[in-house]
Design a protein around this ligand. Sequence first.
Ligand code: KG4
Ligand code: ZN
Length: 347
Amino acid sequence: MEMKKNHTEEDVYILAIESSCDETAAAVVKNGREVLSNVISSQIALHTLYGGVVPEIASRKHIEKINQVIEAALLEAGMSLKDMDAIGVTYGPGLVGALLVGVAEAKALAYGAKKPLVGVHHIEGHISANFIEHPDLLPPFLCLIVSGGHTHLVIVKDYGEFEILGRTRDDAAGEAFDKVARAVGLGYPGGPKIDKAAKEGNPNAIKFPRAKVDGNIYDFSFSGLKSAVLNHINHANMMGEEIHVPDLTASFQNAVVDVLVSHTIEAAKEHGFQKIAIAGGVASNSALREEMKKACNKAGFTFYYPSPIYCTDNAAMIGAAAYYEYINGARAGLDLNAIPNLKLGER
Ligand code: KG4
Ligand code: ZN
């Protein structure tokens, strides 16, 4: 019997492209879980000068780097464009000008090399980062996605099939880390700097509020916590007191982690999930990983988390997500556009 081209028993190679924020990234992924290359050109140093991502600078840098990054990804995988079965690309959500660079590039490659094109939701990519290092992880499971732009608690019902249980009402978790870091003069991006500073501090030194929201018990809110931290700093400044950065950052981080872990564990118990995964830039936070691990052990749940390199933006995770979309038959047309506010589960 002749095997069909996209038969699942045949190896599928995907060239994946990610450019939704400040990393220009390309990867070659085999069968959704094996990363043959993962090249990331970070613009962090550039944006640090401005204390955050400057959208126009991000787009300009993407257009400059994207071809080199793709070439490097193919070279590292020892493959060429003609060996690919499909091109996967993030088409939302994200900064529109940044997304357009990746989308236009992917369309040009797909057209030129006559390859199928698969549009990938950035958050679906973050979730799929967990498939790379955990061959045993299969849906359904519960996933907490915490990044610079998003905080979602999601049931992964199947590949590409999601139910959102909770989300942030205001700031994303990563955004809160970035704002607090700026307020204490740690600079951008704040998450890794707070993570490091907090290691020397006492997480119970300052009692910051654990936000409760009305309505959906699984929703999050971080703006009240952020304001409490800023008030604490202003008060100390007014009184001429010195701020103890390790204690302050450890106490802030503890408040964020506490809420993230408790919501996730409650949701898993309520909905009967034994498998818990985390994803997104903040998933590389050492306190979150530690506390979630403890809570999962206590509750008898299995905890999955990606290596830090697959937590922050990368194209390998986009390749993983693109693979499952591809084998489910998803194909984007050459009219694919960037959708800056694309909702999870929408096409
Ligand atoms: O997933 P990501 O690279 O980009 C988005 O899709 O937003 O996440 C970036 C966010 C930034 O807010 C950054 O401060 C945060 O992830 N982050 C961390 C850590 N590493 C990155 N937050 C807390 N602890 C970390 N170790
Ligand atoms: Zn991201």
